[in-house]
Design a protein around this ligand. Structure first.
Ligand code: 5RP
Length: 224
């Protein structure tokens, strides 16, 4: 099976977690996009969705799914999203698609976080994938110096094919931190959250995934 077929398989499996009559939280990325396409097939069963990025909102609307502002939604039963890396315990690195801040916010008000990922995303120790940190533009250098003190190698994310910094949906910039072996994800998430100028860190550890649907050649594995 190709990586896309594995992503499609977990996206299909995640439909089992959709609660009828509710508003669902929807993540960002290629796996989340497959989920949106599956969700479209059962859209009459849900009230709508809260999106974790402008790209996700556009794809949901394109399928005729109502997109709600999070401010109008007191709680969400289920949030479905991909990951760049995930451990068997459900700690994740996210933000390869630069949507980490809104993903974290939507996840924080959701009862259940269902992570959907192809099997290559399962790791023993987080950190092979550069850790994305969203920062306020004026603080990018100051934050990068502090991230270097934590043992990482910070790199400002650039727009594809350009020397201009990438700008997020929130007007922030992304510093990707290479070379971290994250043995204590909860402690590192806390430390990075304390750096002034950080908007959010793409470590989802203190609130990780409750369920992970992992696409493998043998079928969809469920990790809880
Ligand atoms: C976006 C994310 C994505 O969930 C993560 O990058 C995985 O993406 P994909 O499903 O394309 O592999 O965190 O900010």
């Amino acid at each position: 099976m190709t990586q896309d077929e594995l992503k499609q398989a977990v996206a299909r499996a995640a439909i089992e977690y959709v609660v009828d009559g509710e508003i669902i939280g929807v993540g960002t990325g290629s796996t989340a996009n497959f989920f949106i396409d599956e969700l479209a097939k059962i859209k009459q069963r849900i009230r709508g969705a809260v999106a974790s990025s402008e790209a996700t909102a556009a794809r949901l609307r394109g399928h005729g799914i109502a997109v709600f502002d999070l401010n109008d939604v007191p709680s969400i039963a289920v949030y479905v999203d991909g990951a760049d890396e995930i451990t068997a315990a459900g700690a994740m690195i996210k933000g390869g698609g630069a949507a980490l801040t809104r993903e974290k916010i939507v996840a924080s008000v959701s009862g259940q976080f269902v992570c959907i990922a192809d099997g290559s995303k399962l790791v023993e120790t987080l950190g092979q994938f550069p850790l994305p940190v969203e920062v306020l533009p004026m603080a990018r250098s100051a934050v990068s110096r502090q991230l270097a003190q934590l043992g990482g190698e910070p790199r400002l994310r650039l727009k594809a094919g350009s020397s201009e910094p990438f700008i997020t949906d929130n007007g922030g910039m992304i510093v990707d931190v290479l070379g971290l072996a994250i043995t204590d994800p909860v402690a590192l998430e806390r430390s990075i959250n304390q750096i002034v100028g950080v908007i959010a860190v793409g470590l989802f550890a203190s609130r990780g995934a409750d369920v992970c649907l992992l696409g493998t050649a043998e079928g969809v594995r469920t990790l809880t």
